[in-house]
Structures are given as structure tokens and as C-alpha cells.
Design a protein around this ligand. Structure first.
Ligand code: ZN
Length: 182
């Protein structure tokens, strides 16, 4: 089922998310719906607050970036209650966008190496080291679980420049190619 996506300005995007446990109802169905919603909108990641749920769940499918990897492999993960264990490597610049901020693309600097711990959809724990684009997409989605969006990471000058665009999204004046929450 395709779910409507929450736009910038909605309070759920600023809320701290809650961890969930095995009692959470129909988690596999939710994850399936999150993937479907993300694919429909041509996204590479989606976090639960973006579908109006303040819980610690994210999905990633960085397949469109597989050329960036020597092994040419995609990267598809559903992560429950993710944590960052270590962050390091080098600063890398890359142009990001976000399904909750349609029409905005900005260069964001992030570390290119992150070690993460998370539960999969069967609630099995994994520890994984992510590099490059994988580390980037993860950090972007992880930010959503902390109530952050990528424009928070821009300079004050850059954010001031985007103010009108951000206000337009918050006031439902921006049309996206996918269904958004009114
Ligand atoms: Zn986003």
C-alpha cells in the first residue's frame, strides 16, 4: 500500500522517535508499505516519521547508486532501532534530496564511514560497517529518526536562501509527483 508522505513543516518530522519491539503490530507489512511508497516516489530511503509514524524504523534501497561500488552491488536494508556505534572516515560532499522536501537539492557534507547496529524485520541484530553512498543514505535516514532533516546541516546562509522554498512546502504550495499529507 502506498502511503502519503509527510512534508517539511509537519511536527512529526521534528519528533524524537521511539524504539519498537516484537509486539509492534504488523511490522513486516509496514516495511513492505514503506518500500512501496519509497519506490513509487523514486526515493532511495524512507524513514517512518515521513509516513507520519514517530517510530525508529527506516528502509533503504540504494540500487540506483550501485555503479559507485566496485562490486556493482546494490544495498537494500530495513532497519529497526538503528544506532550509530562509530562514525569516521573523511568528509564527503554530495547533493542530497528528500521526499519530504520536494524540489530542494543541496550539497551536504557527511562522514563517509559509519558503523551501525540495527534489528532486521525478524528482530535479529546486525552490526555493519557502511562506506560512501551507503553511509550517506543511512545517515540521512537516521537523521529523520532524530527529528532532523538534511537542510538542518546546511550553512545559515544557504538555509536563509532556501527559506521561501521551505515555507512553500510547509504551506502546501509545492506539488510533488507523489502523494503527500495535506
Ligand atoms: Zn529525507
Amino acid at each position: 500500500m502506498i502511503l502519503p508522505i509527510v512534508g517539511y513543516g509537519h511536527s512529526v518530522l521534528r519528533a524524537a522517535t521511539k524504539n519498537i519491539d516484537k509486539d509492534y503490530p504488523e511490522i513486516k507489512k509496514l516495511i513492505e508499505d514503506m518500500y512501496e511508497t519509497m519506490y513509487r516516489a523514486n526515493g532511495v530511503g524512507l524513514a517512518a516519521p515521513q509516513i507520519n509514524l514517530p517510530i525508529s524504523v527506516l528502509v533503504i534501497d540504494a540500487d540506483p547508486f550501485k555503479e559507485n561500488y566496485p562490486e556493482g552491488e546494490g544495498f537494500k536494508r530495513a532497519m529497526i532501532n538503528p544506532e550509530i556505534l562509530e562514525i569516521g572516515g573523511e568528509d564527503e560532499s554530495f547533493e542530497e534530496g528528500c521526499l519530504s522536501l520536494p524540489g530542494i537539492n543541496e550539497t551536504v557534507i557527511r562522514k563517509n564511514k559509519v558503523k551501525v547496529k540495527y534489528l532486521d524485520s525478524d528482530f535479529n541484530e546486525h552490526i555493519e560497517e557502511l562506506f560512501g553512498i551507503r553511509a550517506r543514505v543511512f545517515q540521512h535516514e537516521f537523521d529523520h529518526l532524530q527529528g532532523k532533516v538534511f537542510t538542518d546541516r546546511l550553512s545559515n546562509i544557504r538555509r536563509a536562501f532556501l527559506k521561501k522554498k521551505l515555507n512553500d512546502i510547509a504551506n502546501n504550495k509545492v506539488r510533488a509527483a507523489y502523494k503527500m499529507v495535506k
